[in-house]
Design a protein around this ligand. Structure first.
Ligand code: FPP
Length: 245
């Protein structure tokens, strides 16, 4: 653990942090820049956050990069976000691989251009044995769509109603094998999940900050982790008895 994270009796550093990287547009607008400049600045910040997660010993980082609803944004912005994904893979993949980062994707790849789809699957394949930090990129992702996809898979193989359990549904989500996030961070102040990990975040602690994503650097991440460490997680149960000596 970094010396700058406060250790408390409540919780260690979360093993899985999920982030709604909101506020790129507002960050750009404040500076009189086009929205895509905000997404570029957000991408640079992502690099800082990945590095900080490695430093803190976080094992899984999920980032909400493009939702199923984002296709409705202006064409120029959609194309810009697809281009950003492509250039992140082209420019950062080798370095991430060297650092032991594994890349995963959640969402539907089908709607992406063929060459980008291939770049994503190649990056996943290249890094599949890395285990320092897994970065899960939610791109063309929607939490409700993910549940629909899981139900389709479950029905397709003729599962009996009595065999349907929470565990079986989890096994058919895009996040299969990944523990649920203990902490979901949303930047730029909006107080909602916006169709992000709706199943997996059922018991996650939420941390919402007015800081815009491009400004949410290492120190802000540490603040979020410290806030999480002080939370009292009860999972629907009552206050825990103090441990007996
Ligand atoms: C929300 O801010 C942000 C997005 C819809 C895109 C986030 C994408 C990146 C940071 C690019 C990085 C990642 C990859 C790997 C492709 P907003 O535009 O809705 O901000 P606003 O609410 O201020 O307008």
């Amino acid at each position: 653990m970094s010396p700058s994270t406060r250790k408390t009796k409540e919780h260690p550093v979360p093993q899985h942090i999920a982030v709604i990287m909101d506020g790129n547009g507002r960050w750009a607008k404040k500076r009189g820049l086009p929205r895509l400049a905000g997404h570029q600045a957000g991408t640079e910040n992502l690099r800082r956050i990945i590095r900080a997660c490695v430093e803190l010993g976080v094992r899984y980082l999920t980032i909400y990069a493009f939702s199923t609803e984002n296709w409705g944004r202006p064409r120029e912005e959609v194309d810009g976000l697809l281009k950003i994904l492509e250039s992140v893979i082209e420019r950062e993949l080798n370095e991430l691989h060297k650092e032991g980062v594994q890349l995963r994707h959640i969402g539907r790849l089908e709607r992406l251009p063929e060459n980008l789809r291939r770049k994503v699957t190649d990056a996943i394949e290249l890094t599949r044995n890395n285990d320092r930090l897994t970065v899960i990129v939610a791109f063309n992702y929607g939490g409700k769509d993910e549940i629909v996809h899981a139900v389709e898979q479950i029905i397709r193989v003729g599962t009996k109603p009595e065999d349907i359990t929470e565990d079986l549904i989890s096994q058919h989500l895009f996040t299969v094998g990944i523990p649920d996030p203990e902490l979901v961070i949303r930047t730029s102040g909006e107080m909602r999940l916006s169709n992000f990990l709706v199943w997996q975040a059922a018991y996650s602690e939420l941390y919402i900050t007015p800081v815009l994503w491009p400004d949410f650097g290492r120190e802000e991440l540490i603040k979020a982790v410290n806030a999480y460490q002080l939370r009292n997680r009860r999972f629907g149960l009552l206050e825990e008895e103090p441990p007996k000596d």
